[in-house]
Design a protein around this ligand. Structure first.
Ligand code: CS2
Length: 497
């Protein structure tokens, strides 16, 4: 059996020449960034940009210390520690070319649930200038009306136990309290999640929590912390055993948890950093005064496009995004959805040709080497769809635009949540914080056609929008009668028989 070279600092020099690796001195780096939520996306995006920056400029101030808040982060904590926080980014091009690159920007990791104080101390350290977040769309703890959800039991716990927080806003508040008490300046809180106005949302949620716990501190936070909005983009499928195997077979390298991603990468950020920032613009990030049009365009075309393919495709029996867009019917449906139901509600974006942007999305989705599983896309739909799709539906209702293509997606989601199978009866896993509620409401459909749409925290008042509900009922009826979703997609595109 071939002996494998373990990925770690000591073995970096002996890796095969084709693998790019950091040439900067990692031991000299300070962790100017603390990042909460070290999943695949952080590792393919912010950590990648930062690695490029460290390589290009030789700056020493912007290493990253990762933090995991949950015991489920124990696995990444162990893997990163064993590998001196190194991992491989496997960039897969559509033509089959693969670039392997060891990323060195993460230099430490703290599993906060083991000892919250260690984590808040690190965030409060003078060297920490930015705390960045990828905590998923569901992590921001807002309710249906966009206000902070004080009913969450973890919030109640954190309000009562400032020194031993469990959730993100408890951690941030405690860390900022320590900084204020030590006479240090605040840090920038930089959201990297797919939420419209992610910085404003983070600010609103944090201040709501802090005001309830300590109003004076909340005042200090409002004055001393900034929250730049940003649009983030890089398709990053879930790592599979074959990715680990690829590195072993091709290079004899043992990396327990590499990350794969597409070559495309984008980061548009508002330049609002209260305590300094890396010059990410030197490595391709764009700093702009207002990120809103970029965010809206990305969330409503790319992320919603994913959900359209994910929910329709899952019922049809497709397994991956590229599998969907290689099916002409799905590609046509997606393009029609983008052209007819999304483009009319988008504002123009400086320097971006929207038609080209849509073409490029279809090309990215078609990358045959990015096997982006529909099961990943359908994960936590209840926190994604309100941001990705439902706001578009509402705006179309208001402007009397088309909503039927989106209505079929919601009907498909209802069917998916009710039956948990594709059209042939094959099981589809529902992984969603609201799984029980989704299932219960969807299962009522035969008695009350609108029961799924009545889940207020997701759909707001959509069930009261007569024109839309007529379309939705028609789709649900047709789908429950015959779950051959392709037939319905065809009918919407080319007319009912
Ligand atoms: C996806 C995103 O979670 C999803 O449903 O749409 O993870 C998407 O791949 C990224 O936002 C791409 O930047």
């Amino acid at each position: 059996m071939k002996t494998l070279t373990l990925l770690n600092q000591q073995n970096l020099a002996s890796l095969p020449a084709q693998i790019l690796r950091p040439t900067y001195d990692r031991s000299e780096l300070k962790a100017g960034i603390v990042h909460i939520g070290v999943g695949g996306f952080h590792r393919s995006h912010e950590a990648y940009y930062t690695d490029e920056l460290l390589e290009k400029t030789g700056t020493k101030d912007w290493g990253i210390c990762g933090i995991g808040l949950r015991s489920a982060d124990g696995k990444i904590a162990k893997v990163l520690e064993r590998q001196d926080y190194l991992y491989t980014l496997i960039i897969k091009h559509p033509d089959g070319k693969i670039e392997n690159r060891v990323i060195g920007s993460i230099i430490d990791f703290i599993l906060a649930c083991d000892d919250p104080e260690v984590a808040t101390d690190r965030m409060a350290a003078e060297t920490t200038k930015i705390v960045s977040l990828t905590i998923t769309e569901g992590g921001y703890n807002f309710n249906a009306s966009g206000e902070f959800d004080f009913k969450n039991p973890e919030v109640k716990h954190d309000l009562a136990n400032p020194g031993k927080p469990k959730m993100i806003f408890g951690y941030l508040t405690e860390a900022l309290r320590k900084r204020r008490d030590a006479g240090l300046p605040g840090f920038t809180i930089q959201s990297c999640d797919n939420i419209q106005h992610n910085g404003d949302m983070t600010r609103k949620m944090l201040l709501a929590f802090a005001r309830r716990q300590d109003p004076v501190l909340a005042g200090w936070i409002a004055q001393n912390v900034t929250f730049p909005n940003a649009m983030v983009d890089r398709i990053t499928p879930i790592t599979t055993p074959s990715d680990v195997q690829l590195l072993e077979d091709e290079f004899g390298m043992k990396d327990e948890w590499p990350v794969t991603c597409e070559p495309f990468c984008q980061w548009v950020i508002e330049d609002d950093f209260c305590n300094g920032r890396p010059h990410w613009e030197e490595v391709g990030a764009q700093f702009v005064p207002d990120v809103t049009p970029y965010e809206t365009m990305k969330i409503r075309l790319l992320n919603a496009g994913h959900s359209v393919l994910g929910l329709l495709g899952a019922i049809h029996g497709h397994e991956t995004i590229d599998g969907c867009v290689n099916d002409l019917l799905f590609a046509t449906y997606l393009r029609r959805f983008m052209d007819v139901e999304v483009t009319p509600v988008l504002d123009p974006v400086d320097g971006i040709d929207i038609e080209e942007y849509k073409d490029s999305l279809l090309a990215r989705f078609a990358n045959p080497n990015i096997k982006d599983a529909l099961s990943r896309i359908c994960l936590e739909s209840s926190s994604k769809l309100p941001k990705f799709l439902i706001s578009t539906i509402n705006e179309n209702i208001e402007r009397k635009g088309s909503t039927e293509l989106a209505a079929l997606v919601i009907a498909a989601w209802c069917y998916y949540s009710d039956k948990g199978t594709d059209k042939n009866g094959k099981k589809l896993e529902v992984v969603d914080e609201m799984k029980a509620e989704l299932h219960k409401a969807a299962a009522e459909t035969s008695r009350d056609k609108l029961s799924f749409l009545r889940i207020k925290p997701i759909f707001g008042d959509l069930a009261k929008q007569k024109g839309f509900t007529d379309e939705y009922i028609h789709m649900v009826d047709s789908l429950y009668e015959n779950p051959d979703i392709a037939r319905l997609m065809q009918a919407l595109l080319f007319g009912w028989e």
